[in-house]
Design a protein around this ligand. Structure first.
Ligand code: FES
Length: 93
């Protein structure tokens, strides 16, 4: 079972999750304040986050993320799904 560690405003919270959930869905299920102005459709970037560790354990960047200009460790929480342990830092919280 993958572990997702969220870094939010200097705080750290680690949760267990099933595979293939989006980072946004995991955040919402665990009380992490990840924003989602477009409702998780990949158009607003309020769910933007940074994969600080375990980026290889996320799904490959998809077309929506490419269209929104995600580079480096940047991911959209509503698009990236979890395959294994990862640490993500929220940009908007
Ligand atoms: S919730 Fe809008 S881009 Fe992810």
């Amino acid at each position: 079972m993958p572990k997702v560690t969220f870094l939010v405003n200097g705080q750290e919270k680690t949760v267990d999750t099933a595979t293939d959930q989006t980072i946004l869905a995991i955040a919402q299920a665990n009380g992490i304040p990840m924003e989602s102005a477009c409702g998780g459709n990949g158009f607003c970037m309020t769910c933007k986050c940074h994969a600080r560790k375990g980026a290889e354990n996320l799904s490959p960047r998809n077309e929506r993320e490419e269209a929104m200009g995600m580079t480096g460790d940047e991911r959209l929480g509503c698009q990236a799904t979890v395959k294994g342990d990862v640490t993500v830092e929220l940009e908007n919280a």
